[in-house]
Write a protein that binds this ligand. Structure first.
Ligand SMILES: Cc1cc2nc3c(=O)[nH]c(=O)nc-3n(C[C@H](O)[C@H](O)[C@H](O)COP(=O)(O)OP(=O)(O)OC[C@H]3O[C@@H](n4cnc5c(N)ncnc54)[C@H](O)[C@@H]3O)c2cc1C
Length: 199
Protein backbone atom coordinates (compact mmCIF):
# COMPACT_ATOMS: atom_id res chain seq x y z
CA UNK A 1 0.00 0.00 0.00
CA UNK A 2 1.29 3.45 -0.89
CA UNK A 3 1.58 5.81 2.01
CA UNK A 4 2.36 9.49 2.07
CA UNK A 5 6.01 9.90 2.91
CA UNK A 6 5.19 12.52 5.57
CA UNK A 7 2.59 10.29 7.28
CA UNK A 8 3.98 7.38 9.25
CA UNK A 9 0.66 5.49 9.46
CA UNK A 10 0.19 6.13 13.17
CA UNK A 11 -3.23 7.89 13.45
CA UNK A 12 -1.92 10.21 16.21
CA UNK A 13 0.54 11.58 13.68
CA UNK A 14 -2.05 12.19 10.93
CA UNK A 15 -2.33 15.87 10.00
CA UNK A 16 -6.11 15.75 10.51
CA UNK A 17 -5.64 14.38 14.00
CA UNK A 18 -3.32 17.12 15.24
CA UNK A 19 -5.96 19.80 16.00
CA UNK A 20 -8.08 17.30 17.90
CA UNK A 21 -5.05 16.15 19.86
CA UNK A 22 -4.26 19.79 20.62
CA UNK A 23 -7.76 20.38 21.94
CA UNK A 24 -7.56 17.27 24.13
CA UNK A 25 -4.22 18.41 25.53
CA UNK A 26 -5.60 21.90 26.24
CA UNK A 27 -8.66 20.46 27.96
CA UNK A 28 -6.45 18.20 30.09
CA UNK A 29 -4.26 21.16 30.99
CA UNK A 30 -7.26 23.24 32.04
CA UNK A 31 -8.75 20.40 34.08
CA UNK A 32 -5.54 19.84 35.97
CA UNK A 33 -4.95 23.52 36.68
CA UNK A 34 -5.83 24.53 40.21
CA UNK A 35 -8.60 26.83 38.99
CA UNK A 36 -9.01 25.21 35.59
CA UNK A 37 -12.64 24.07 35.74
CA UNK A 38 -13.80 27.47 37.03
CA UNK A 39 -11.95 29.47 34.38
CA UNK A 40 -14.32 31.68 32.37
CA UNK A 41 -15.22 30.06 29.04
CA UNK A 42 -14.00 31.65 25.81
CA UNK A 43 -16.40 34.26 24.48
CA UNK A 44 -18.54 32.68 21.76
CA UNK A 45 -20.11 35.86 20.32
CA UNK A 46 -17.94 38.68 18.97
CA UNK A 47 -17.91 42.00 20.86
CA UNK A 48 -20.62 44.47 19.92
CA UNK A 49 -19.48 47.88 18.70
CA UNK A 50 -22.16 50.58 18.51
CA UNK A 51 -21.42 53.68 16.43
CA UNK A 52 -23.75 56.64 16.88
CA UNK A 53 -23.77 58.83 13.77
CA UNK A 54 -23.42 57.93 10.11
CA UNK A 55 -21.53 61.07 9.11
CA UNK A 56 -17.86 61.16 8.09
CA UNK A 57 -16.62 60.01 11.50
CA UNK A 58 -19.14 57.19 11.95
CA UNK A 59 -18.75 55.82 8.43
CA UNK A 60 -14.97 55.93 8.63
CA UNK A 61 -15.06 53.98 11.91
CA UNK A 62 -17.54 51.43 10.50
CA UNK A 63 -15.39 50.89 7.42
CA UNK A 64 -12.24 50.47 9.50
CA UNK A 65 -14.00 47.70 11.46
CA UNK A 66 -15.31 45.97 8.33
CA UNK A 67 -13.03 42.96 8.65
CA UNK A 68 -12.55 43.02 12.41
CA UNK A 69 -13.94 40.14 14.52
CA UNK A 70 -16.72 42.32 15.96
CA UNK A 71 -20.42 43.02 15.37
CA UNK A 72 -21.00 46.63 14.36
CA UNK A 73 -24.28 48.52 14.65
CA UNK A 74 -24.39 52.04 13.27
CA UNK A 75 -27.27 54.18 14.55
CA UNK A 76 -28.37 57.42 12.92
CA UNK A 77 -31.51 59.50 13.18
CA UNK A 78 -31.45 59.78 9.37
CA UNK A 79 -31.31 56.81 7.02
CA UNK A 80 -28.80 58.58 4.79
CA UNK A 81 -25.25 59.92 4.92
CA UNK A 82 -25.08 63.57 3.93
CA UNK A 83 -22.00 64.96 2.18
CA UNK A 84 -22.10 68.32 3.95
CA UNK A 85 -19.29 70.05 2.00
CA UNK A 86 -21.62 70.13 -1.02
CA UNK A 87 -24.58 71.69 0.77
CA UNK A 88 -23.57 75.06 -0.70
CA UNK A 89 -24.30 73.66 -4.16
CA UNK A 90 -27.74 72.45 -3.00
CA UNK A 91 -28.44 75.83 -1.41
CA UNK A 92 -27.59 77.58 -4.69
CA UNK A 93 -29.55 75.16 -6.86
CA UNK A 94 -26.54 73.61 -8.64
CA UNK A 95 -27.19 70.13 -7.21
CA UNK A 96 -30.26 68.35 -5.89
CA UNK A 97 -30.38 66.85 -2.39
CA UNK A 98 -30.16 63.27 -3.66
CA UNK A 99 -26.83 64.06 -5.34
CA UNK A 100 -25.19 64.81 -1.99
CA UNK A 101 -26.76 62.05 0.10
CA UNK A 102 -26.82 58.27 0.01
CA UNK A 103 -28.50 55.66 2.23
CA UNK A 104 -26.08 54.46 4.93
CA UNK A 105 -27.38 50.94 4.41
CA UNK A 106 -26.33 50.97 0.77
CA UNK A 107 -22.87 52.44 1.49
CA UNK A 108 -22.19 49.61 3.97
CA UNK A 109 -24.09 46.87 2.15
CA UNK A 110 -20.98 44.73 1.55
CA UNK A 111 -19.98 44.68 5.22
CA UNK A 112 -21.25 41.39 6.57
CA UNK A 113 -20.58 42.30 10.20
CA UNK A 114 -22.52 45.59 10.14
CA UNK A 115 -26.16 46.50 10.80
CA UNK A 116 -27.68 49.93 10.26
CA UNK A 117 -30.39 51.22 12.55
CA UNK A 118 -32.40 54.39 12.08
CA UNK A 119 -33.16 55.85 15.50
CA UNK A 120 -32.66 58.98 17.56
CA UNK A 121 -30.18 58.38 20.37
CA UNK A 122 -31.42 60.06 23.53
CA UNK A 123 -28.69 59.09 25.98
CA UNK A 124 -26.09 56.56 27.09
CA UNK A 125 -26.28 54.40 30.20
CA UNK A 126 -22.56 53.90 30.75
CA UNK A 127 -23.07 51.80 33.92
CA UNK A 128 -25.04 49.13 32.05
CA UNK A 129 -23.37 49.78 28.69
CA UNK A 130 -26.53 50.62 26.82
CA UNK A 131 -27.33 53.23 24.18
CA UNK A 132 -30.77 54.70 24.87
CA UNK A 133 -33.24 55.44 22.08
CA UNK A 134 -36.40 56.60 23.81
CA UNK A 135 -37.99 53.52 25.33
CA UNK A 136 -35.63 51.19 23.37
CA UNK A 137 -31.99 50.51 24.08
CA UNK A 138 -29.04 48.69 22.58
CA UNK A 139 -26.21 47.03 24.48
CA UNK A 140 -22.59 47.63 23.56
CA UNK A 141 -19.11 46.47 24.47
CA UNK A 142 -17.48 49.41 22.71
CA UNK A 143 -19.15 52.72 21.89
CA UNK A 144 -18.13 55.30 19.28
CA UNK A 145 -19.92 58.65 19.41
CA UNK A 146 -19.69 60.57 16.12
CA UNK A 147 -22.71 62.85 16.30
CA UNK A 148 -21.14 65.88 14.66
CA UNK A 149 -21.41 69.49 15.73
CA UNK A 150 -23.96 72.24 16.11
CA UNK A 151 -23.67 75.95 15.51
CA UNK A 152 -22.05 78.26 18.01
CA UNK A 153 -23.31 81.83 18.13
CA UNK A 154 -20.64 82.89 20.60
CA UNK A 155 -23.16 83.59 23.33
CA UNK A 156 -25.43 85.59 20.98
CA UNK A 157 -28.34 83.26 20.38
CA UNK A 158 -30.31 86.22 19.00
CA UNK A 159 -28.06 86.06 15.91
CA UNK A 160 -29.68 82.71 15.05
CA UNK A 161 -32.77 84.53 13.81
CA UNK A 162 -30.87 86.25 11.00
CA UNK A 163 -27.95 83.89 10.33
CA UNK A 164 -29.21 80.99 8.24
CA UNK A 165 -27.49 77.70 9.19
CA UNK A 166 -26.36 75.22 6.55
CA UNK A 167 -25.93 71.78 8.08
CA UNK A 168 -28.86 69.81 6.67
CA UNK A 169 -30.80 69.25 3.47
CA UNK A 170 -33.64 71.24 5.06
CA UNK A 171 -31.29 74.19 5.69
CA UNK A 172 -30.06 74.05 2.08
CA UNK A 173 -33.62 73.87 0.71
CA UNK A 174 -34.59 76.78 2.93
CA UNK A 175 -31.66 78.90 1.68
CA UNK A 176 -32.49 78.07 -1.91
CA UNK A 177 -36.16 78.94 -1.43
CA UNK A 178 -35.27 82.12 0.38
CA UNK A 179 -32.96 83.18 -2.43
CA UNK A 180 -35.45 82.27 -5.13
CA UNK A 181 -38.72 83.60 -3.80
CA UNK A 182 -38.23 85.80 -0.75
CA UNK A 183 -38.71 89.45 -1.59
CA UNK A 184 -35.81 90.36 0.66
CA UNK A 185 -33.12 88.49 2.57
CA UNK A 186 -34.46 89.77 5.87
CA UNK A 187 -37.68 87.76 5.46
CA UNK A 188 -38.68 85.80 8.53
CA UNK A 189 -37.72 82.14 8.40
CA UNK A 190 -41.10 80.72 9.46
CA UNK A 191 -42.82 82.46 6.56
CA UNK A 192 -40.58 80.68 4.07
CA UNK A 193 -40.45 77.03 5.09
CA UNK A 194 -39.57 74.98 1.98
CA UNK A 195 -42.80 72.96 2.02
CA UNK A 196 -44.98 76.07 2.13
CA UNK A 197 -43.27 77.83 -0.75
CA UNK A 198 -44.76 77.72 -4.23
CA UNK A 199 -43.01 79.32 -7.13
C1 LIG B 1 -21.75 73.69 4.55
C2 LIG B 1 -20.56 72.89 5.04
C3 LIG B 1 -19.41 72.81 4.26
C4 LIG B 1 -18.30 72.08 4.71
N1 LIG B 1 -17.19 72.00 3.90
C5 LIG B 1 -16.14 71.26 4.30
C6 LIG B 1 -14.99 71.12 3.47
O1 LIG B 1 -14.93 71.67 2.38
N2 LIG B 1 -13.97 70.36 3.92
C7 LIG B 1 -14.03 69.71 5.14
O2 LIG B 1 -13.07 69.02 5.49
N3 LIG B 1 -15.09 69.83 5.93
C8 LIG B 1 -16.14 70.57 5.56
N4 LIG B 1 -17.23 70.69 6.38
C9 LIG B 1 -17.20 70.04 7.69
C10 LIG B 1 -17.54 68.58 7.60
O3 LIG B 1 -18.73 68.39 6.88
C11 LIG B 1 -17.68 68.08 9.02
O4 LIG B 1 -16.45 68.25 9.68
C12 LIG B 1 -18.04 66.62 9.06
O5 LIG B 1 -19.29 66.42 8.47
C13 LIG B 1 -18.06 66.16 10.49
O6 LIG B 1 -18.28 64.78 10.47
P1 LIG B 1 -18.96 64.06 11.72
O7 LIG B 1 -19.00 62.60 11.42
O8 LIG B 1 -18.27 64.49 12.97
O9 LIG B 1 -20.43 64.64 11.82
P2 LIG B 1 -21.58 64.71 10.75
O10 LIG B 1 -21.11 64.52 9.37
O11 LIG B 1 -22.34 65.94 11.12
O12 LIG B 1 -22.49 63.44 11.13
C14 LIG B 1 -23.13 63.31 12.35
C15 LIG B 1 -24.23 62.28 12.19
O13 LIG B 1 -24.75 61.98 13.48
C16 LIG B 1 -26.16 61.90 13.40
N5 LIG B 1 -26.67 62.22 14.73
C17 LIG B 1 -26.43 63.33 15.45
N6 LIG B 1 -27.07 63.25 16.63
C18 LIG B 1 -27.72 62.06 16.64
C19 LIG B 1 -28.55 61.41 17.59
N7 LIG B 1 -28.85 61.97 18.76
N8 LIG B 1 -29.06 60.19 17.28
C20 LIG B 1 -28.78 59.62 16.09
N9 LIG B 1 -27.99 60.19 15.17
C21 LIG B 1 -27.46 61.40 15.43
C22 LIG B 1 -26.54 62.92 12.33
O14 LIG B 1 -27.80 62.61 11.77
C23 LIG B 1 -25.40 62.79 11.35
O15 LIG B 1 -25.68 61.86 10.33
C24 LIG B 1 -18.34 71.42 5.96
C25 LIG B 1 -19.52 71.48 6.74
C26 LIG B 1 -20.61 72.21 6.30
C27 LIG B 1 -21.86 72.26 7.15
Amino acid sequence: MRTCSRFSGDSRDHPMERPAAGILRERKRLMTMENGPTRRPERSTPPQVVIVGGGFGGLFAARALGRAPVRVTIVDRQNYHLFRPMLYQVATGLLSADEVSEPIRSILRRQKNTDVLMAEVTGVDTQNRRVLMGSDSLSYDYLILATGIHYNYFGHDEWKENAASLTSVGDAAYSWCLRSVAPEWGARREQYQPDTVTR
